[in-house]
Design a protein around this ligand. Sequence first.
Ligand SMILES: O=C[C@H](O)[C@H](O)COP(=O)(O)O
Ligand SMILES: C=C(OP(=O)(O)O)C(=O)O
Ligand SMILES: [Mn+2]
Length: 455
Amino acid sequence: MSTDLSGLATSGGHDIDWPDLPARQQPTWSDPAALDRTLSTLSTFPPLVFAGECDQLSQRMAAVAAGQAFTLQGGDCAETLADVTGPNIRDRIKTILQMAVVLTYGAGMPIVKVGRMAGQFAKPRSSDTETRDGVTLPAYRGDMVNGFEFTPEARRPDPERLLRCYHASSATLNLVRGFTSGGFADLRSVHAWDKGFLTGPAQARYEQMAGHIDRAVRFLEASGVADAEEMRRVEFYSAHEALVLDYERPMVRRDHRTGLLYDTSSHLVWVGERTRDLDGAHIDFVSRIQNPVAVKLGPGADRDTVLALMDRIDPERSPGRLTFITRMGAGRIRDVLPPLLTSLGEDAHRVAWVCDPMHGNTFTSPSGFKTRRFEDVVDEVRGFFEAHGEAGTHPGGIHVELTGNDVTECVGGTTPVDLDDLGLRYETLCDPRLNHQQSLELAFVVAEMLERGGR
Ligand SMILES: O=C[C@H](O)[C@H](O)COP(=O)(O)O
Ligand SMILES: C=C(OP(=O)(O)O)C(=O)O
Ligand SMILES: [Mn+2]
């Protein structure tokens, strides 16, 4: 196939002659005719985001790269169709907004808020299959591909799911836009926000901070400096892993203003640790779109690979275009990240650096639950700040798996979830998430790191 995109039709990315490159972690759909129909349909659906919004996020990420802003990226490991409900979306948004307020207050700099949501429906897996009691079936790859239920019917990849995930993403984004522009996120209600499951020291700290913010807001209003309309709304962006190319490619549109290509499934998309091969289809895909793009880097990422990723995705070295999300593990980050950053020289200052303190810290509990320790999560973020302090680069943000619900998936925190508690409310279908309380606690710890300039 040719790589020439000049003959692109305007209907959607399904018509683009995408180069035929190896693509890891793709579903093996069983019905090619059904797939083709789905791709055509998806190509005609309205974009979920507007190119101008993506450009605005690129500008925000440029501020992050320059050390003038910090980004908070969070949400489920795997969104599910069943969990696309008003209360779930509200509580996740509320958690992210509360964390953002804590961080803004501590850091005194803008927080770029990004939800791992409205498209985070597909998962790369370590194994293609899962075996239970001697029965082997295809692994669950996220609701965009197959069902979680352990039956041959559910586990069969079904292209119709691409359309269901598009609609679920559309509904999610619609409510998110409502919440973030319709008054729910009004800074003047920071105190009134239901505190959810907060208890103990985190609740006391939140109350105290909200009291300070209330006073500051009243002061600004009384002095006539604060713009009431501005306080009512927050900027909020969507992001997910661009994993299933049969979803991402048909969502590509040419921006009618500039003629440039955007993946309109989300404001930002990232390429995961398992699919970031330099010569693979995923890196090729993100190199062709104008959205801000992120790439995950595990502990094995070396200087040459990182530079080659920059050359492919961001040859101009435009700040805001490319973000590296490091997920090294608490035990490795202090050894691995400082030399990597230093070895990149000036180039390390041209991208944004974000810490994912989740994916390098996963283990299986004696009772068989995939989990993470809150203290390891905090320790990796601390190591991230230390590494950037050593290298003279900017620690630009955190990327976390979280939920607004009171689940018991990660252990630790000040109202601790113990290893024995994991079975109480273990609801994730993939990786363990911080619950509402643990998320807020993390925000307070990171705010302190930011206040102290990373120490
Ligand atoms: O979310 C990340 C990956 O999809 C996940 O960690 C893979 O998990 P697995 O090792 O259970 O397949
Ligand atoms: C798959 C994920 O991460 P990684 O690519 O870093 O393993 C994820 O973010 O859920
Ligand atoms: Mn995950």
